[in-house]
Write a new protein. Sequence first.
Length: 415
Amino acid sequence: MEHVRSLADEGERKIAWVSEWMPVLNGVCDRLRAEGSVEGRRVAVILPVEPKTAYLAASLAAAGAEVTVAFQGVMVHDDVAAGLAARGVEVFAKRGSTHDEEQQYFHEVLARRPEVVIDDRADVIRLAHTTHPEALETLLGASEETTSGVTALRAMEADGTLKVPCIAANNARCKYLFDNRYGSGQSAVNAILDSTNLLLAGKRVVIVGYGWVGKGIALRARGLGAEVTVCEVEPFAALEAYHDGFDVAPVVLACATAEIVLTATGVRHALGAEAIDALPDGALLANAGAVDDELDVPALRARASETRQAREHVEEFRLADDRSVFVVGEGVCVNLSAGEGHPAEIMDLTFSVQALSATYLLQNAKNMTPAVHALPAEIDEHVAREKLKALGLRIDRLTPAQESFLRTWEAFPPT
């Protein structure tokens, strides 16, 4: 029991720390509490269990919601889960959980018949449509956190499978412009450097994928002195990387001289066997994307003649030709598997979006079609303006004459 109390105390310290750096979420949840917007409503939070997620869940619970949290694997921080449970939130999560345990966690969540799910990778929404259809009887909708989850939901919508409205919270400007870019950029690089205690300056870094996450990592890696090469399949993204000043090359060619490779694609096996065969001895591999097997770690393990734990979050794979490659964070989203995730100030934006997205679904889902919906623009802008206010920043507004000009289509509008 003493160990459990100690674990919860450490988790509580972490949750309390981030609460000081999330002023917009504090304001949102104060408003929800005053309005009673989520009072007695059942909300499931399916997100990596780290301090910011815990604070989102705890804030919704403090506003009156019945909150259940679940997640799996190495993206669970046991002390944070214990600290959140000590605050009275129901938590189903354990670091290193087995596949069967993970499925049981999600079963427990759906058994509580959530009205809204704040989902990650569409994991629970997919289960509700397959193995737990009874949950759809009371489920109003979902708010999706990740690019890969939105992709899955759009596929469900396209084939007529999707039965509830889902808001693509990931596509809100307050999310992808900041969380995906600046959050991932800093936290992925930090996790690798903290895990290895190596210097980034001068190293040849390959980034597979130049979406918002890849852009953020490339920016941070270059800022710390790395030589960055981008690999892409999409021509516009490749051109953008080139015009941003990065080298662009096919992944196998780029890997031939790579010292660090990060995937950020949302696609399975983005780093395949041919690319791994091209890597020099001692290369570091990490996955910064939301799909766990962007690095095919099981295939790498099967090919290795020997493996060992080189550091806490670093595993060495010795290959048949006597090369070694090192995988950081088990090949799972590195900023969470080997770190505490994005900075609190960034997640202040994301989780304010999620809290308001969930509230919007509770109030409006019955009038929405079973499809993937954009977050209402006024919610997105409200979060941005509140963040500016919290930062003490002011901006200008258009004058009535300027607004009129933008609404006028004539070539020579009257003065």
